[in-house]
Design a binder for this molecule. Structure first.
Ligand SMILES: Cc1ncc(COP(=O)(O)O)c(C=O)c1O
Length: 376
């Protein structure tokens, strides 16, 4: 059955000539456009030569535009998890308040503990957004040097109010605000300057719509000043990234194929405009909302606190989420199962990156057909 919003056209073709053909809807890694994949097959260049410096000099100003900042941005050859570690180990905060509301925020707290840091988790029920006033109360009770927050909790599909959380932290403490914007960056508003974040990190395989393997991050001036004195990192030492960025280089051998891909993709993103990209993601999310409501699938996150890039749903009564994922796969579509403790009870649709509405509608139709065979 066709969803009723199919006729709403987008003025920009995010697929680069293949509208309606996306079949891969994991909440990362995501489907990658042909032009981006082709860019990765560029012949080898040395990372200390002019061709590389020209490439990186083209990338950084446009990456700043996507981060909506005039400040410092950089790339790493790492998964986003490497940047979790970098955010903490360049700062070495005496005490961390970890806002935990799902599997990824939990893992970032574990990362802090593994680094030997003293961590207090502030737990929020999975699926619910973190309440900024609870953060305020925690900051009144104890002094923290850093607060970790995951903007879009990919395991639950909940979107935290990062702007309000950052404001509370800034007003009530001098703690550094470290934000995981892994599945919000380039898909919904992320404003490091406006929200006065200290560190914001993401990975290439989410709404940037590149293959996995590249990290991207922003660091504030006060964060960088502190990192110059306190860093315990080697590979991801921020001051090294700063020094090498002055000559448009990276400290160590980068994945140049990813940077060629990013070079092409940044043009594509800015041609769509960032605001256009956000509103396309918002429109995709709303399509899933309307469809889920009509079919009796329930969002885990409450209305108004749902990620624009990943929808986490409990299947309609009588349906098995695992069977739904498997049956839709047989029809050629890949979606995500539940994550962590919600593995068997939810399913997740990643609608991020260069997904177009017609492709999403085709997926929703396939899910309808698969539902008939996914009885629990
Ligand atoms: C919110 C969030 N943070 C961190 C990560 C970890 O990313 P990576 O696998 O690139 O380390 C993920 C991965 O899905 C994520 O969704």
């Amino acid at each position: 059955m066709t969803v009723d919003c199919r006729r709403v056209a987008t003025p920009f073709d995010p697929t680069g000539g293949r509208p309606g053909e996306v079949r891969f809807f994991l909440p990362g890694p995501v489907w990658v456009r042909d032009a981006v994949r082709q860019a990765m097959s560029h012949e080898a260049i040395g990372h200390r030569g002019k061709a590389f410096a020209d490439l990186y000099a083209r990338i950084l100003p446009r990456l700043r535009r996507v981060f909506r900042t005039d400040g410092f941005v950089f790339t790493t050859t790492s998964a986003a998890t490497g940047l979790w570690e970098a955010a903490l180990a360049n700062l070495m905060p005496a005490r961390v308040l970890a806002l935990v509301s799902g599997a990824f925020s939990e893992r970032w707290a574990a990362c802090a503990r593994d680094l030997g840091l003293s961590v207090d988790p502030l737990e929020t029920q999975w699926g619910e957004p973190v309440d900024p006033s609870a953060v305020e109360r925690a900051l009144k009770r104890s002094r923290y040097e850093a607060v970790t927050v995951v903007h879009s909790e990919t395991s639950t599909g909940a979107l935290n109010d990062l702007s309000s959380i950052a404001r509370v932290v800034r007003e009530r403490s001098d703690a550094f605000v470290l934000a995981d914007v892994v599945t919000s960056f380039a898909g919904s508003p992320v404003e490091p300057d406006l929200w006065r974040l200290d560190f914001a990190l993401s990975g290439s395989q989410k709404a940037l719509a590149l293959p996995p393997g590249l990290g991207v991050a922003f660091a504030s001036e006060r964060y960088r000043a502190r990192a110059r004195e306190r860093s315990r990192c080697h590979y991801l030492r921020l001051s090294e990234a700063e020094t090498f960025a002055e000559t448009n280089q990276t400290p160590y051998t980068p994945s140049t194929p990813h940077l060629f891909a990013l070079d092409v993709q940044l043009d594509h993103i800015l041609a769509e405009t960032l605001e256009g990209r956000w509103s396309r993601h918002d429109a995709l999310r709303r399509r899933v909302e309307r469809w889920a409501e009509q079919r009796g699938h329930g969002f885990v996150a409450p209305e108004g606190a749902r990620s624009w890039t990943v929808s986490c749903l409990r299947p309609a009564p009588g349906l098995s989420s695992e069977a739904l994922v498997a049956r839709v796969k047989e029809r050629g579509f890949t979606i995500g199962g539940g994550y962590g403790k919600w593995k068997g009870s939810t399913f997740r649709i990643g609608h991020m990156g260069d997904v177009d509405p017609a492709s999403l509608d085709a997926l929703l139709d396939a899910l309808d057909a698969a539902s008939a065979e996914a009885v629990a």
